[in-house]
Design a protein around this ligand. Structure first.
Ligand SMILES: Cc1ncc(COP(=O)(O)O)c(C=O)c1O
Length: 428
């Protein structure tokens, strides 16, 4: 009953609009207590609030999936919109009914721009981060003699892509080695500074690495690039929807992200931010019909027919996060992360690869569980303890990865830590 009450209230609050309405509402205050923005600590009065947020997700209460770095669940309002709008088009695929949705792409663009604190004229709606990263590596004009500097620990869409395109277009890729544990922000600023030459045309890195959750000095590296007249691409797959990202402050030339990760949006939608100052420095990779209506999207976003239902769902996901509170979401995920790192670090034999320093990590934690076989441990955790993690194999910084988000709970973190401790003692 409590769940249906909170669902009803949340839906009502969602309809009111504005985070102020959410937190100021007397029903919300009575039912859930203090808003989390003023009580972000785990175990504080905010737990009732976070419980009500969790109830907006359809995951069974006893299933703790700590896999946000790979895939996040969509919330009820997102799922409802996706179903409603998909049904609508399939029930009535007439031009008239579809025309009703024609403004939705621009509505999403405006919401994305506000979320990332930039202008709609700088937003391209893509299918995912992979596509967005590749639009940059295919679209920036590079030739023999030019140099691109990338980080060794980038995802293939921002690592393999550059190396393969270098073979075709003749430019050279310089790779900055990854160091474990995280050697500190200054190390990477220094490494990029030393690697820059008069031939450098672009630098790229991952804002938060998906392997072990190393946080990168995005603002400083983008400033370094800007000061030297070099383009910058920030892969934001692991920061978009987790960190309270402000792209006007970070000021990259390009930033990329996916809806289905931390923003908890629908699958197969993403974003490519192209700073106004870089609009003339990138070519479109795809030419087709149905461009966007403003700015760079008019020339860069003719991708043919799109799925409006997915775009509406993505917009609602961003509005959902805004109403819960961007800053609160970041604090909550980070607090759960620190709880997890502290718990795992106390277990004998367990090696945590992720830095315990909260200024160098965010919400991606990787660890080697002693001599246990990681895939077997991952399976036991899922089947016996109802905890979802991701496997990292046995190679470089291998083991398991757990990535908590705002819908996870301190209890789930405790359950993971105590289960790992138990298996380390007894085997799996
Ligand atoms: C850092 C990073 N970049 C890019 C991607 C690719 O994202 P997608 O599969 O949504 O294109 C991922 C996926 O995990 C990632 O972690």
């Amino acid at each position: 009953m409590a769940a249906s009450v909170s669902r009803r209230d949340f839906a009502r609050l969602f309809a009111i609009g504005g985070s102020a309405a959410l937190f100021a509402d007397p029903v919300w205050a009575r039912e859930y207590g203090q808003a989390p923005a003023s009580s972000p600590a785990i175990g504080g009065t905010g737990e009732a609030f976070w419980k009500s947020v969790r109830e907006q997700f359809v995951m069974p209460p006893d299933l703790g999936v700590l896999n946000a770095a790979n895939l996040c669940p969509a919330s009820r309002p997102v799922l409802e919109a996706l179903k409603r709008e998909t049904d609508s088009v399939d029930r009535d695929p007439s031009a008239q009914n579809r025309a009703r949705l024609s403004g939705e792409k621009e509505n999403l663009r405006k919401t994305l721009a506000a979320f990332l604190r930039v202008t709609p004229e700088e937003i391209v709606i893509t299918r995912n981060t992979s596509e967005a990263n590749n639009m940059v590596s295919s679209g920036v004009e590079l030739k023999t003699g030019d140099e691109v500097i990338i980080f060794q620990d980038n995802h293939p869409s921002n690592l393999t892509a550059w190396n393969e395109k270098a073979k075709r277009f003749g430019f050279t890729v310089i790779t900055i080695p990854q160091k474990n544990p995280h050697p500190g922000m200054e190390h990477y600023i220094d490494a990029y500074t030393k690697a820059i030459t008069p031939r450098t045309k672009l630098i790229s890195f991952t804002h938060l690495s998906s392997s072990v959750g190393d946080l990168f000095p995005a603002k400083e590296l983008c400033r370094l690039a800007r000061d030297r007249g070099i383009l910058s691409l920030v892969d934001g797959a692991q920061s978009f929807g987790l960190l309270d990202v402000n792209l006007t402050d970070i000021s990259p030339d390009f930033y990329t992200g996916s809806a289905h990760k931390w923003p908890c949006g629908a699958r197969e939608c993403g974003v490519l931010y192209i700073n106004t100052r870089a609009h003339k420095q990138i070519w479109p990779s795809i030419y087709s019909a149905y461009p966007g209506a403003v700015g760079i999207s008019r020339t860069f976003e003719s991708f043919g027919q799109r799925d409006e239902a997915t775009m509406i769902a993505f917009r609602i996901a961003l509005e959902f996060q805004t109403k819960v509170g961007r800053d609160a979401i970041e604090k909550r995920s980070r607090a759960l992360t620190q709880q997890l790192i502290a718990g795992l670090s106390k277990l004998p034999e367990v090696k945590v690869w992720t830095s315990s320093n909260p200024s160098l990590n965010a919400a991606v934690v990787s660890f080697m569980p002693g001599s246990l076989n990681p895939p077997r441990l991952g399976q036991a955790l899922y089947e016996k303890d109802k905890i979802g993690t991701a496997g990292r194999g046995m190679g470089d910084r291998g083991g398991l990865r757990a990535s908590p988000h705002f819908y996870n709970t301190p209890e789930e973190i405790d359950r993971l830590v105590s289960a790992v401790g138990r298996y380390v003692k007894t085997g799996v």
